[in-house]
Design a protein around this ligand. Structure first.
Ligand code: GLY
Length: 567
């Protein structure tokens, strides 16, 4: 593994818009090493609680479920029980790789045009910030399923740290205060949210203060006592349905009672001899991670150089072609046929990208559409490995930071606004600027398309890289860049997660870059006809690399609270 120089790494890290001060917290200069277990999450407390589970002899799945519930308490902007997600579980001993789909579902009353106004335009407020924006949550059922099928500890034990953190409170860090302060207007719209996130005088909790969540603690206790079914058929279900009825939401008792997570076959592809396992539909993540890597494989990216104009040209051209297909073909495979085999085939990828002109391909010649705007996103990913050969790659979300902004009265948790991930109207972009078609139209009980890409890369049949990220439409490109940084450029895992990233999603027709790219490189790309736009940091890719029996943890410095820890 190439050891990048301290100067290069420091330049990378300090170059980001993301909280540069974060790198001063803890030792962020080298990957964390261990041989018995490794946890990398976006919150120090979740990492600590999950690591305790591993140290007590639990496996990676036990630790993952513990981390997910701890994040639901300590990082309410994205950690959740009111949302959904995806988990890849890979076991080296038996070679089995499974994908757990606990994505939210549209309620039975949902219908295609539910977010259109009388003029046929998308009512964005209704789609994103109303009770109708919430899908039926899947997190509790999905995490319980993971534990039951692959874990060794009880649900009550996995919930215990979260209950303690909610009941006794935890000390607020600066990132928490920044989040609630910046979203104050949205989180104050509903009294149920305002009283959870702000003090009695209406002010935000400050760094160093204790944040206690009694209602959430009681909800988690009920789940610990009665099992996941409590959330779907017990008092928590009643509280959700009452919340819906008070505010015109669609989720009913039947929707909750009927919710079921699914175990699916992961997407499997290869990249330069490594095996890539990632999430199948209803996420677009796995298909497009593999498709873009397949296109890149036609060029010697390692030789072209890390983040050189030549490499970025190949990557951006590959990315935009994949996002055209995403908009045309991807949806919930329980409802629509997705040509998965074709999309991830090497031949198809080659036909899209070979030969490649030196000039940028205009997005308009690929497909027409309106130039959309980006919005902020929050999802959270964690990676965990254990000494038993298990690797867990988990991404879950309530969509935006703080989801719909609506806390269920009396239950203390935020509802997702995942219904905006459907295509409300063909050709009209969602919050991430993603354009969808009929395959992703709103239908009753359907899962909305996602970009979440929890991924496990294997080398010679053994777990090698565990990775994934938040970032809405940028999840796919963030994930594949870390894979390429490791495989093509031989970067160590911390350098791979820290290096400046780029993104192209067909529309808008621009290469979005983080700070840290050389002006020379940008000028070369512009001379090729690319529009290059520097915007805020993308993703938070919590990753683990496994080499010769040692686990290397790389926590993304773009999140001040990220932490890798092993033992
Ligand atoms: N809510 C973002 C995604 O699932 O892709």
């Amino acid at each position: 593994m190439k050891n990048i120089s301290v100067m290069f790494l420091t330049t990378c890290l300090l170059g980001f818009n993301a909280n540069a001060a974060s790198i001063l917290e803890g030792d962020r200069s080298v990957p964390v090493e261990s041989t018995n277990g490794m946890v990398v999450t976006s919150h120090t407390l979740a990492t600590d609680e999950a690591l305790k589970v591993l140290k007590e002899g639990g496996n990676a799945i036990d630790a993952a479920v513990t981390a997910a519930f701890a994040l639901a308490v300590t990082q309410p902007r994205s950690g959740n029980i009111g949302g959904g997600g995806f988990m890849i579980v890979s076991n080296d001993k038996n070679g089995q790789v499974d994908a757990i789909d606990y994505r939210e579902k549209a309620p039975a009353k949902a219908y295609k045009d539910m977010f259109l106004d009388e003029d046929g335009n998308v009512n964005k407020d209704l789609a994103r910030f109303s009770h109708k924006s919430a899908g039926v949550p899947g997190s509790v059922a999905g995490l319980a399923l993971a534990l039951e099928k692959y874990g060794t500890i009880s649900l009550a034990k996995a919930l215990a740290p979260a209950i303690r953190l909610a009941e006794e409170g935890f000390v607020v860090l600066p990132r928490f205060t920044k989040g609630t302060t910046s979203q104050k207007k949205r989180l104050s719209k509903f009294e149920s949210s305002k009283k959870v996130f702000f003090k009695k005088d209406g002010s935000a909790y400050q760094p160093g203060e204790l944040f206690v969540q009694k209602d959430l603690a009681n909800t988690l206790k009920r789940i610990a006592e009665h099992g996941a079914k409590e959330f779907y058929t017990g008092k928590t279900a009643d509280l959700i349905v009452e919340e819906m009825q008070r505010h015109g939401g669609y989720i009913t008792k039947d929707d909750l009672a009927n919710y079921e997570p699914a175990i699916r076959k992961p997407i499997h592809g290869t990249y330069r001899g490594y095996d890539i396992f990632s999430m199948p539909p209803p996420s677009s993540g796995g298909i497009h991670v593999v498709q873009i890597l397949n296109m890149m494989e036609n060029y010697d990216i390692g030789k072209l150089g890390h983040n050189s104009a030549a490499t970025i040209h190949v990557m951006a051209e590959s990315m935009k072609r994949a996002y055209v297909d995403r908009s045309a073909y991807l949806g919930d495979t329980d409802f629509v046929d997705v040509p998965t085999k074709g999309l991830i085939s090497k031949e198809y990828a080659k036909s899209l990208i070979v030969p490649l002109s030196d000039k940028a391909t205009s997005a308009k010649t690929l497909r027409e559409g309106d130039a959309p705007a980006y919005e902020s996103s929050e999802t959270t990913h964690f990676s965990i490995v254990d000494k038993f050969g298990n690797a867990v790659s988990n991404t879950y979300t309530i969509n935006f930071s703080y989801g719909s902004g609506i806390v269920v009265e009396g239950a203390g948790f935020l509802l997702n606004n995942e219904m905006d991930d459907f295509s409300s109207k063909p050709g009209v972009p969602n919050a991430y600027g993603l354009i969808g078609g009929d395959a992703n139209k709103i239908e009753a009980n359907k899962r909305m398309l996602s970009s979440m890409s929890p991924t496990v890369v294997k080398k010679d049949g053994k777990n090698f890289l565990v990775t994934g990220s938040p970032g809405g439409s940028r999840i796919i490109t963030t994930t594949l860049q870390v894979i390429s940084n490791v495989i093509d450029h031989n970067l160590n895992i911390l350098a791979a997660v820290s290096a400046p990233r780029l993104h192209h999603q067909w529309l808008p027709d621009e290469i979005r870059v983080e700070e840290g790219f050389s002006p020379d490189t940008i000028h070369l790309l512009e001379a090729q006809g690319h529009t290059v736009t520097e915007k805020s940091a993308m993703g938070a890719i919590q990753s683990i690399m496994i080499k010769e029996g040692t686990f290397y943890g790389g926590a993304d410095p773009r999140r001040s609270t990220s932490k890798a820890a092993g033992f």
